[in-house]
Design a protein around this ligand. Structure first.
Ligand code: SAM
Length: 157
C-alpha cells in the first residue's frame, strides 16, 4: 500500500521542515510515502476565503484518483488514539486499498467539494493547529503507527 500526503503550499518554517524530514526519512523503512505540496495560490488578497478554498480544492482533487481512499485531517473528524490509528492503517494495508491519501486543508480549511470526496475524517486533537504545523504532528503519528504495527518500542519509550 502506498500513502500519499497532500498539503496546500510548501512547508515554510525551517523548524517544521527539519522535523518533518526526520519522520519522512524514518517512514521509508515502513511504507512508500509520497508528499504532494500543491501550489500556493498567488494574489489571494483579491479572493474571498470561499473562492480561495474552491481554487485549492480544484488543485487537490486533480491529485486524487477514483480508487484512492481519501482521509481528511480535520479538527472535527474522528479522534483516535495512536493505537486506534495504527489499527486503522493496518486494516487498510491488509485490505484491497492500494493508495491511502491524507490531506491537510489550506489556511481556511476545506471546500465542500473536498469534504464530499472524502472517505473519512480524522482529528489529531480537538484543538485547531495551523495548516503548517499539523504536517509535523501527522508524520510523527504515522511513524508511531508503523512502529506499533511492527511491535517496536518507540510508542512505549
Ligand atoms: C487552520 S486549520 C483550518 C481552520 C478552520 N477549520 C477553518 O475552516 O477555518 C487548517 C487545516 O489544518 C488541519 N488541522 C488543523 N487542526 C487540526 C486538528 N486538530 N486535527 C486534524 N487536522 C487539523 C486541517 O486540515 C485544517 O483544514
Amino acid at each position: 500500500m502506498k500513502i500519499t500526503f497532500i498539503t496546500v503550499g510548501k512547508t515554510v518554517d525551517s523548524y517544521l521542515k527539519t522535523g518533518i524530514d526526520i519522520y519522512v526519512s524514518r517512514l521509508k523503512h515502513y511504507t512508500k510515502l509520497q508528499i504532494i505540496e500543491i501550489g500556493e495560490l498567488k494574489n489571494t488578497k483579491t479572493l474571498t476565503r470561499d473562492q480561495q478554498k474552491t481554487k485549492e480544492a480544484e488543485l487537490i482533487l486533480k491529485k486524487i484518483s477514483p480508487l484512492d481512499h481519501v482521509i481528511l485531517l480535520d479538527e472535527n473528524g474522528t479522534e483516535l488514539t495512536s493505537q486506534q490509528f495504527s489499527a486503522y492503517i493496518n486494516k487498510k494495508a491488509i485490505s484491497s486499498t492500494s493508495n491511502l491519501v491524507f490531506i491537510v486543508g489550506g489556511p481556511y480549511g476545506f471546500d465542500t467539494t473536498v469534504y464530499q470526496r472524502a472517505n473519512d475524517k480524522i482529528s489529531l486533537s480537538a484543538m485547531t493547529f495551523s495548516h503548517q504545523m499539523v504536517r509535523l504532528f501527522f508524520v510523527e503519528q504515522l511513524y508511531r503507527a508503523f512502529t506499533i504495527i511492527k511491535g517496536e518500542p518507540y510508542h512505549h519509550e
